[in-house]
Design a protein around this ligand. Structure first.
Ligand SMILES: NC(=O)C1=CN([C@@H]2O[C@H](COP(=O)(O)OP(=O)(O)OC[C@H]3O[C@@H](n4cnc5c(N)ncnc54)[C@H](O)[C@@H]3O)[C@@H](O)[C@H]2O)C=CC1
Ligand SMILES: O=C(O)C(=O)Cc1ccc(O)cc1
Length: 371
């Protein structure tokens, strides 16, 4: 690897990277790698996105024209339909010795890259399973990938050095590399990401005709179910159409469950209600199978609820108190009380630490109900 390899961390951490596409994901990777001491060069066809990423400290603009020494790795953080052409262009320019992408779909961009004649020995397709409903560099965060899976779809042509470089990138960003075949990846994400995205959009779309009474009664449930419906439709139509068959399979199965539930509810009998309850129970069972942070079992954590006043610095003080108590916070959610200057913070911790954390917080004046 290149001269500027980072020292003091994993031996094989990437030292100099180029990020093509300084949107949410590209800039988040750049920020994470900057924190690890890597040299990061940025480029985007949108000058404003590039300028903002540079201003945010994600790296420096890649000079036009002949590049100097190739970087250790070029990360193509562009929409799925742009991956293959961007790879071909980057390889022609000799931007790096290894290449990866981050697109949410893997098989089609790989097939397009092969068709265009890209060098697949230096390319390892990747996909960090972390993101947001927001786009662009302004939404980027260096900690976006912490504890998250990062799919790597190496083809048989991929050189071990390229696989090592992309694995090192995922690890340096704090993610967990998961090697998986591209077609299997696409079926998996249809189930856990792309299908749910369309379901979220369908629920949110019902709200376009909602009146003020209904909207005024919105609680956290509808906010949770529709969060990802706020995403950029241009990006998502590209993702869905590039993974059309697997996504259609998931949507048909969900549509069947919904159609059956609707007809049972109209039926109104006790037997029918029991069948609807069966769907709810299957929902409980499916939900409990989603791994928590680091792939652990979510139900393995205990929850400590804290009532927090809405004032600056409150969260930081709670995290500091947890640190003093020697308690690692595995996950955090905040429930806001609409119209009130209060929220309820839910801290997930290992069960043996819950009482210790509750006692520490209470001793510092916070209300910790139920413990
Ligand atoms: N949004 C999310 O939560 C996640 C997205 N992804 C994948 O990451 C990739 C990027 O998505 P986001 O960062 O969310 O999008 P974004 O819209 O925030 O950023 C994409 C950037 O790529 C640039 N771009 C587009 N075509 C380009 C080209 N041909 N050359 C150079 N720059 C180009 C755009 O100007 C934009 O700045 C997509 O492939 C997406 O499927 C992966 C994980 C999560
Ligand atoms: O916002 C969220 O929770 C997401 O799950 C974002 C996301 C969007 C696209 C991906 O390919 C991966 C993750």
């Amino acid at each position: 690897m290149g001269r500027s390899r980072v020292t003091g961390v994993d031996e094989d951490v990437v030292g100099r990277i180029v990020v093509v596409g300084t949107g949410l994901i590209g800039t988040s990777i750049a920020l994470a790698m900057r924190e690890r001491g890597a040299e990061v060069l940025l480029t985007d066809r949108d000058a404003a996105a590039l300028a903002l990423a540079v201003e945010l400290g994600a790296g420096t603009a890649l000079p036009d024209g002949a590049s100097a020494e190739p970087a250790d790795l070029a990360v193509l953080a562009v929409p799925p339909a742009a991956v293959a052409v961007t790879l071909l262009d980057a390889q022609k320019r000799g931007l790096a010795t290894a290449y990866t992408d981050v697109a949410s779909v893997k098989a089609l961009p790989l097939a397009q890259a092969a068709e265009l004649g890209c060098d697949l020995s230096t390319f390892v397709a990747g996909h960090p399973l972390a993101g947001s409903e927001r786009s662009g560099p302004g939404a980027a965060r260096p900690d976006l990938f912490l504890g998250r899976p990062w799919a790597l779809c190496a083809t048989p042509e991929a050189a071990p050095e390229a696989v090592a470089a992309v694995t090192a990138l995922a690890k340096a960003c704090g993610a967990m590399p998961v090697e998986v075949d591209a077609a299997e990846h696409d079926r998996a994400v249809a189930l856990v990401s792309h299908g749910p995205h369309v379901v979220s959009a369908a629920v949110a779309a019902r709200l376009t005709a909602a009146d003020d009474v209904a909207l005024g009664l919105s609680g956290q449930g509808v906010r949770d179910v529709t969060r990802i419906a706020a995403s950029d439709p241009r990006l998502w139509i590209g993702i869905l159409s590039a993974n059309a068959e697997p996504v259609a399979d998931v949507l048909e199965a969900v549509a069947t469950d919904l159609a059956v539930a609707a007809s049972l509810l109209r039926d109104g009998s006790e037997g029918a209600a029991a069948h609807v309850a069966d769907l709810l129970l299957r929902g409980n069972a499916g939900r409990s199978r989603i791994p928590g942070k680091h792939g652990g079992d979510q139900s393995a954590y205990a929850t400590v609820q804290v009532v927090i006043p809405d004032r600056p610095g409150e969260l930081a003080m709670i995290f500091q108190a947890a640190g003093v108590a020697g308690v690692n916070i595995e996950d955090v959610t905040i429930e806001h009380s609409p119209g009130r200057p209060l929220g309820v913070l839910e801290l997930s911790v290992v069960p043996e630490a819950a009482d210790r954390l509750a006692a520490e917080l209470r001793s510092r004046g916070w209300s910790v109900p139920g413990r």
